[in-house]
Design a protein. Structure first.
Length: 95
């Protein structure tokens, strides 16, 4: 993992892809995914192939986190929203 600003360590793309694959049986059609610490966007990019989910909401405390400005693939029609917030300080449920 690579150390970044704010003492962040971004997950490598290949590791994120493997973890998402291992959990893919739990990505039910219509589910929305919350990425509470989006960082470099590895988990967001790993989710692009799962078109049956209904959206991704990515958060990060670092306003310069790459995931907050990731380019969405043209074929991705589901909502992809980002927010520069501390996940642990947000009221439940996250909007």
């Amino acid at each position: 993992m690579t150390r970044r600003a704010h003492d962040a360590y971004y997950t490598p793309d290949d590791l994120a892809a493997k973890l998402v694959y291992l959990l893919s049986a739990r990505l039910l059609p219509g589910c929305r995914v919350l990425e509470p610490s989006a960082g470099g966007g590895a988990f967001v990019r790993a989710l692009w192939p799962y078109e049956h989910i209904s959206g991704i909401h990515a958060l990060d405390v670092d306003p310069d986190a790459p995931a907050l400005s990731v380019s969405v693939p043209e074929r991705w029609w589901q909502p992809y929203t980002t927010q520069c917030e501390d996940f642990l300080r947000l009221p439940y449920p996250v909007q």
